[in-house]
Design a protein around this ligand. Structure first.
Ligand SMILES: [Zn+2]
Length: 99
């Protein structure tokens, strides 16, 4: 699982998307940080293991919510389409300018 669509942050149009992205990033860093601390302090006990699973599940939920939002949100889909078309236009223009 990787974070994708991070380029939308720059546009800053959809607040819901930004909130979800933040939650997802926070959940990921909390999970990573906890896992790293547990790993450093030796073999994980039952309690630590449970906490790692809990934090991982929290991240998975946040990530799923983010993906669902990207599919359901009209605004985010418009942005994606707009950015996609901008990208291809720029590529076309650049390609023509070189000739
Ligand atoms: Zn959105």
């Amino acid at each position: 699982m990787t974070m994708s669509h991070q380029q939308y942050v720059k546009s800053g149009i959809c607040e819901n998307y930004q909130t979800l992205l933040e939650e997802c990033g926070n959940a990921l860093s909390t999970w990573d940080g906890y896992r790293a601390r547990v790993t450093q302090s030796g073999p994980a006990g039952k309690e630590e293991g449970n906490e790692i699973f809990r934090l991982q599940a929290k991240y998975a939920r946040a990530y799923a919510a983010l993906q669902n939002h990207l599919q359901d949100c009209v605004l985010c889909r418009l942005i994606a389409r707009f950015e996609g078309s901008q990208l291809s236009d720029a590529t076309t223009l650049y390609g023509e300018a070189r000739h």
